[in-house]
Design a protein around this ligand. Sequence first.
Ligand code: ADP
Ligand code: MG
Length: 789
Amino acid sequence: MVKETIRVYARVKPLGRRQQAGSYSVDDEEDLLSSLEITVPRDLADGFVNNKRETYKFKFQKIFDQEAKQDVVFDSIAKPVAECVLAGYNGTIFAYGQTGSGKTFTITGGAERYSDRGIIPRTLSYIFDQLQKDSSKVYTTHVSYLEIYNECGYDLLDPRHEASRLEDLPKVTIMEDSDQNIHLKNLSLQQATNEEEALNLLFLGDTNRMIAETPMNQASSRSHCIFTVHISSKEPGSATIRRSKLHLVDLAGSERVAKTGVGGHLLTEAKYINLSLHYLEQVIIALAEKNRSHIPYRNSMMTSVLRDSLGGNCMTAMIATLSIDKRNIDESISTCRFAQRVALIKNEAVLNEEIDPRLMIVQLKKEIQDLKDELELVTGKQRTSELSQEELLQLDELIETFLKDNDPDSTLDVGADMRKIKYCFIHMKQLMNHPTTSDKKLLSRNISEEEDTNKESGEELEKLKDLLQQRDNEINILVNMLKKEKKKAQDALFQLNASSACSTVLEQSLSINLEDRQSPSSCFSLKGAKDFSSSVHRLPFLSRQTGGKMSLGCQEAFEVFKRDHADSITIEDNKQLLKQRFAEVKCLGEKLNKVRSKINCLKGEITQRHIQRAALAVSSPSEELNMFDPVEEKLRMQIEEEKKSYKTMFNRFKGLKVEIEHLQLLMEKVKMKMQKDFEVWWSEEAKSLQEKPEMVTSANTVTVYPQFIKSLQHLSTNSFSEITRVSPNEDPAGKNNSITFSNPTLKARTPQSSSTSIPLTGDSQADADILAFMKARQRILQRKGLENK
Ligand code: ADP
Ligand code: MG
């Protein structure tokens, strides 16, 4: 059992461009703990912060200041917890702080760069790396991803659902058994056998979360997300299983509302926006109090789920995320205060071991058999059947090893079988009577031969020996040939594996539409490659895309929107990076191919040599041929060298593969975010068109068709309160065939684009979309104009 207080860390988010830094300092030296000092300026202190104090000091296990990178945060906080989890203890890491302070960035990571990977992907990578290294146990890994919003749990990993609202996801409920253990009903545990599968699940969950969020529910800041890795391990042959869980928790924003009206209220009196965080604080206060027997875990779903992590069987770490600009100083102080309370909580982690009943049965059965054998021996009941040829050979080997062993304490253990014991005695007797045959010939093989040799003359014996030698030689040649064929088959298999690994990566290049599509010089073929994108297909984004109800006009507007979107730079950057990585992978693939052919060549030379020597042994037998071959040894050393360099390159290759996969998932996510932003923006545009119908209809050349309104309605997530309908018949001339926009304020700045005329298509749906597109375009230009100004 490990008794430990919860480790509490702080991370300060880098300041934004327009943010003003609050006054704070970090002191790392103090008695191993770090301390953070926050000074509240007078003007703020007079307002809503307690005006009696100006400086606040808080202690943390370690403080990560603005420039701290994700890898350092992972190494210090998550790695030790992950190690405990691998050893069979439960672990939890949770991030607490106001919205925008960097919780998601710390737990999941940034959406732009590979280096911004957060604790979850890094932990997955670390765990699977460790599992691969440890061959002494059999491991099974599952993941689950739970979102708790408004006291309701939702399963983010259900692959059957394509959520467009949170309510579409399967609902998860809490059940408590008679031992007061919490069980989550309906939360799916998905098996992940490697890092790639686990990452895909993480991205699936994140995507579901993003899609399900609407501006109304603000799920990301008001909900708690718990990503859990479940590991079970077992030593082969043992009936004991270790099970551990690692919760990685992104809590809801901890911002509070101060009591209104009176100034100078203490911060602690301010109320959380999120009620479950209020209950979390109550649990923490109760745990920190001595002699308190009742801890109110049951008040909220989140505290029930995290019950073991707080004051229970778990190694827990908390990260207080702080946004230290002037406006957020009061919230940062609240976060630090909360952290100080958490630091007092003691947890008792125990090794989660249990006995698997099925394995226990197998073990007990074996024990019963052993005991039966022993009983038979003691009671004198014996088996009468003959020993099989195989058993006899095994016994010969045992006897031989026993006789050769110089250790005086060595024993000959043949079990409690009287037949075997008798056979051993006979064998020993024969060896004593015919010591010359002891070296080469074993009893079982030679019982019949021996009888013959007793009868035959010495001459015949010589003949037989010659024949035997000849046969041995022939067998040697055949065995060598067989080995060669086997090696060929193995090499072919190996080549197939390597090529499918490489082509998996190359395949991905196709899915992101890079120009560099082919690898002509590489023998890594694309044929038969495992399709990586199949895993990405699990993301709901693609099905949304292929749902493809976007009309032509809408698509054009989307193109313009994409160009202007801030994330397009990220996509471009990542594309460039991916291109680089692909070039590297390609180059590495070629090198790997070369090394592999070299190894095959060397192996071929060795086989050749074997055959030559075997042939020589047949034609002119000599002692020399049975001795060590220096040429072969040299070839073997060369192979070892090549293998080493192959391994290094292959590891790099694998690393690149993981990076490429991650970048692609990031890009998918950014693209989807862009689409979502577009839909929101588009519906807003439509709404404003509705609210100001005169802008559309004032130019006497414009007609708004009912379908337009309908098409906008289907795009919009909000319903329209007032809908202006203008029927096609109201077109005064009835032969309107162009839309013209003119905006006097824009004319001076962008004379060419301020007034554009586009022919109508005649398809009312498309026309309506074109109309909206033009409007959108105009707004963008307007915005750009303002920015330039
Ligand atoms: P929260 O989840 O607490 O609401 P986020 O993690 O979403 O906050 O962070 C808000 C914004 O700040 C995001 O755009 C994120 O990329 C950025 N950010 C947060 N922490 C850091 C950091 N340590 N370094 C760089 N950017 C950060
Ligand atoms: Mg967040």
